[in-house]
Design a protein around this ligand. Structure first.
Ligand code: RFL
Ligand code: PHB
Length: 389
């Protein structure tokens, strides 16, 4: 099989890129190691910023998002006994949209099916050859059989555990990483949200987040030890912790119900540089990971896909390499600002080591400053709605 662009991974980055290139008349093949149902069952992001909204608009895949998404003007922060509001719209004139990654993925998969563009599911890429000069040969395994695709360019949209980033030679690739000493335990329940907007809480027991997917479905998270055993966290125990950490006002309104999903995710900051080598371009979690506190992972993946689609279009249709040559440097400037923001939100809102009394006081001062400073709130707001790129 042959294609102009081979895309590895059918997560949001790969599907968005595939759709944007299709609209430019460029053909793509997507190889995804999981089944379509598996990809759709992965529960992840919930908040879309300006990058995702722009990308989905250009992809002409935003009809359901505009109809069913929840448009939020701000969110609350609870710190000890204090609860204050971050007014995104007043500070930036913008909103964020609560709309699940699952729904984004479904919309993009449907559009791709309508385009008649090929996606090979349960096809795991195991090797790539000639990424320096091309044409690139991608070898994959599907149902125990090997197959090969030849393409002019490859987009590695295969997430943090993917194979694409590792094709960049060790003497060129540099990685930067911070692993946090805790995880997030997330829970879904079919109950009304406890507040019309999100609540981020810093409590002495640890971080908590009240989020949602609809007027009838709530998403909650609590900080937990990195080695926490899910079996030791009954629904009741999670609800009790949420009630304590989110504060009395939220606790009073919080409805409890059996969880329909419960899982633990580690938190990590990670960047791999460069984001391009020869004919291979990286996008999304394959190139960078942020801790979910700033709600930025999916949004960075969207920004990558948008910028990469333009670069590949100029390269393939006009023979103009300038955008492609700039891709890595341009994206990394934005990526590092978002890494900084996500790290800062995480540092401000979580409990770190019990023995760091100085760190704990600085964190209290940070929250106190934020609650009283319009300038600090504006800075948070402009990062949360998405920085220009
Ligand atoms: P994905 O979604 O991981 O997709 C990569 C795909 O590549 C496939 N793959 C391969 N396919 C073929 N051959 C191989 N060798 C392959 N290796 C891997 C995988 O099966 C997979 O389908 O990466 P992508 O597209 O870059 O998208 C990134 C986002 O999924 C991620 O950044 C977000 O989910 C992060 N995130 C959040 N982001 C936000 O913007 N807002 C949020 O509110 C938010 N909340 C979250 C989050 C992530 C979380 N977890 C579970 C880490 C909340 C959580 C709890
Ligand atoms: C979510 O709803 O899953 C969510 C919301 C905000 C975050 C992270 C996750 O910062």
């Amino acid at each position: 099989m042959r294609s102009q662009v081979g895309i590895i991974g059918a997560g949001p980055a790969g599907l968005l890129l595939g759709r944007l290139l299709h609209l430019q008349g460029i053909d793509t093949i997507i190889l995804e190691r999981r089944s379509g149902d598996y990809v759709l069952s992965r529960i992840r992001a919930g908040v879309l910023d300006g990058a995702s909204v722009r990308a989905l608009d250009e992809a002409q895949c935003d009809a359901r998002l505009k109809r069913d998404g929840l448009f939020h003007d701000g969110f609350d922060i609870v710190a000890g006994n204090d609860r204050f509001h971050i007014d995104l719209t007043r500070h930036t004139g913008k909103q964020v949209i609560v709309y699940g990654q699952t729904e984004v993925t479904r919309d993009l998969m449907e559009a791709r099916a309508g385009d008649g563009a090929p996606t090979l599911y349960e096809a795991e890429v195991i090797a790539m050859e000639d990424i320096a000069d091309g044409p690139v040969r991608i070898t994959y395994e599907q149902n125990g059989q090997r197959g090969e695709i030849t393409c002019d360019y490859v987009a590695g949209c295969d997430g943090f555990h993917g194979i694409a980033a590792k094709q960049i030679p060790d003497d060129i690739r540099r990685t930067f990483e911070r692993v946090y000493p805790f995880g997030w335990l997330g829970l879904f329940a079919d109950v009304a949200p406890c507040s019309p907007e999100l609540i981020y809480a810093n409590h002495e027991n640890g971080f908590a987040l009240a989020s949602m997917r609809s007027a009838k479905r709530s998403r909650y998270y609590i900080q937990c030890p990195i080695d926490a055993d899910l079996n030791e966290w009954s629904d009741e125990r999670v609800w009790d912790e949420l009630a304590v950490r989110l504060g009395p006002e939220a606790a009073e309104r919080m409805q409890r119900a059996p969880s329909i999903e419960k899982s633990i995710a580690p938190l990590r900051s990670f960047v791999a540089e460069p984001m391009r080598h020869g004919r291979l371009f990286l996008a999304g979690d394959a190139a960078h990971i942020v801790p979910p506190t700033g709600a930025k992972g999916l949004n960075l993946a969207s920004a990558d896909a948008l910028v990469l689609s333009r670069a590949l279009t100029a390269l393939i249709k006009d023979g103009d390499p300038s955008l492609a040559d700039n891709y890595s440097a341009e994206r990394l400037r934005h990526v590092w600002k978002v890494e900084r923001f996500s790290w800062w939100m995480t540092s401000m809102l979580h409990r770190f080591h019990d023995d760091d009394a100085f760190g704990a006081r600085v964190q209290l001062a940070e929250l106190d400053y934020l609650s009283g400073s319009e300038a600090a709130q504006k800075s948070l707001a402009e990062n949360y709605v998405g920085l220009p790129f």
